[in-house]
Ligand binder design. Structure first.
Ligand SMILES: Nc1ncnc2c1ncn2[C@@H]1O[C@H](COP(=O)(O)OP(=O)(O)OP(=O)(O)O)[C@@H](O)[C@H]1O
Ligand SMILES: [Mg+2]
Length: 480
């Protein structure tokens, strides 16, 4: 009987052959193939795949749940959703494989299983693509880490060094505050550890796993301050804020909101903050939806809030609300007996964060340090130690090392001494000195009130703050 050859131009025939060819070709070309039934059990695995799976014989895989063979397999998901995963990168035994997965359907299109192919295990040709994936993944990890660092508090009570009565009492009160949910007000000169203690309170509280969000009230321009705190509703604004933005209250939900320089808060916002503290609810700008927030507020200030109240720049009701538990941090000059311990801790810290040798401080150095009155408190001590360490060759810091860098008494300014001796200062230094003096004068004239001082100089509060930070100046009347 003559053999009738199939009609190769018959679409039905080509289609039928396509299905067979496709499977056979794929199976032949690919580096491995595996199939599961509706229950997720392996029904087929080809010989080529065995080595990658760490198996000797197909019978070791057949009948087992797919996850026992490929722990992070997505095959079961394909069966459950009925959707193919056409291209994916799968990790197996430390190697990255390019895979494709497809559902298997019966005549009535019911999913009865899934089949997966490993397209490549030698990824040479896909290197650029994979390098890009790896890069994106590492960027993502970094961004996540930065985000969680920004929202995390680093310090604990153990970092807060000192045994003199002032510090002991502050720590004792802070420990008490940590165990409850009360609003806390931290007062004290610049550099006395207010932010550090705020973090320690958060970390010792039941909110430790939740965000710690720190906001410097003085650093936010007046026009933005409300949206920073309350957020904006989607569609309320054009431009960057069109999609809406979460405010700090929302971001800190569940955790602690640290309000630094609370004394600089504009009056209008003070009223709104008071409402949040009382009602525990917020309303984003441009929205009519009120939502609950659950947060603890820790506020800090280095100005005398009572004085602000009598000036009329701080609301008395907010002051009383914040002042439920207030903790005053003593200036360093009042805890000179703690100098050895605090210096030792700061030196350890400085050595660990830089590439300095581990340093020791001699008794003669401590005598010199105790004579200075530390207007910048522990922050200034840290800077002085760091400078001494950079200038010293041995890592043994003596009295002489500090005598060189400490101003003799608070009034002595190296720049003016230089001028008296007939020196001409380099322009940049003279300019900086002039700028610093101008800031100090404005602060003195406004009795330490930033808004007032900024107004006198006709610059914004935020600019004023940046300049203060640049010169290491404080904002409290105590330090001008
Ligand atoms: N008792 C302490 N023990 C160890 N380190 C301290 C102590 N107090 C302050 N420090 C360190 O001093 C530096 C300044 O502290 P912090 O930033 O908390 O001060 P602050 O009171 O918030 O100052 P400001 O009012 O200027 O913002 C930080 O590096 C902090 O770690
Ligand atoms: Mg601070």
């Amino acid at each position: 009987m003559p053999h009738t050859s199939p009609d190769v131009s018959d679409p039905a025939y080509v289609r039928a052959r396509a299905m067979v060819t496709l499977f056979e070709r794929l199976e032949h070309l690919c580096e491995g193939a595996i199939a599961i039934d509706r229950g997720g059990r392996v029904i087929y695995v080809n010989e080529k795949y065995l080595a990658s799976l760490g198996l000797k014989h197909t019978s070791e895989a057949i009948g087992r749940p797919i996850e026992e063979v490929i722990p992070n397999s997505m095959m079961r998901k394909v069966v459950e959703t009925g959707e193919p995963i056409l291209l994916d990168i799968m990790e197996l035994g430390g190697e990255q494989l390019v895979v494709t997965r497809m559902p298997i359907e019966d005549e009535r299109r019911n999913v009865i299983g899934a089949i997966g192919f490993v397209l490549y295990d030698r990824l040479e040709s896909l290197k650029p693509l994979l390098a890009r994936v790896a890069q994106l993944e590492s960027d993502l990890r970094l961004a996540r880490r930065q985000l969680s660092n920004a929202r995390a508090a680093r310090f604990t009570f153990a970092d807060f060094v000192g045994r003199t009565p002032g510090i002991t009492q502050a720590k004792e009160l802070a420990g008490r505050a940590a165990r409850q949910n009360v609003t806390v007000l931290l007062t004290g000169e610049t550099g006395t550890g207010k932010e550090m203690l705020a973090q320690a309170i958060h970390n010792a509280s039941s909110r430790a796993e939740k965000p710690f969000v720190s906001v410097n009230v003085a650093a936010i321009p007046d026009t933005l301050i409300e949206s920073e705190f309350f957020g904006t509703a989607p569609g309320a604004y054009t431009g960057a804020d069109r999609k809406g933005r979460e405010g700090k209250f929302r971001i800190a939900d569940g955790g602690t909101l640290f309000l630094d320089e609370i004394g600089e808060m504009p009056l209008q916002l003070q009223a709104k903050l008071l409402r949040v503290l009382q009602e525990r609810e917020i309303e984003p700008l441009g929205s009519d939806k009120i939502s609950k927030v659950d947060l603890r507020v820790v506020a800090a200030t280095n100005v005398d809030l009572r004085k602000r109240v009598s000036d009329g720049t701080f609301r008395p009701d907010l002051y009383y609300r914040l002042n439920v538990l207030s903790i005053d941090l003593p200036p360093l000059r009042d805890c000179l007996d703690d100098l050895p311990d605090i210096s030792a801790r700061l030196l350890e810290d400085i050595s660990a964060s830089g590439d300095h040798v581990s340093a020791k401080i001699t008794p003669s150095a401590l005598t010199v340090l105790a004579r200075y009155d530390w207007p910048g408190n522990v922050r200034e001590l840290r800077n002085v130690l760091e400078r001494a360490l950079i200038l010293s060759d041995s890592g043994r810091l003596s009295g002489d090392d500090f005598a060189r860098i400490l101003p003799v008494g608070t009034d002595a300014r190296p720049a003016s001494t230089a001028r008296a001796a007939g020196f001409v200062l380099p322009y940049a230094e003279a300019e900086a000195e002039f700028e610093k003096q101008t800031l100090e004068q404005a602060l003195a004239a406004s009795n330490g009130q930033i808004s007032e001082a900024a107004k006198l100089l006709q610059i914004s509060r935020a600019t004023f703050y940046k300049k203060l930070a640049k010169f290491g100046l404080a904002s409290g009347p105590a330090s001008v």
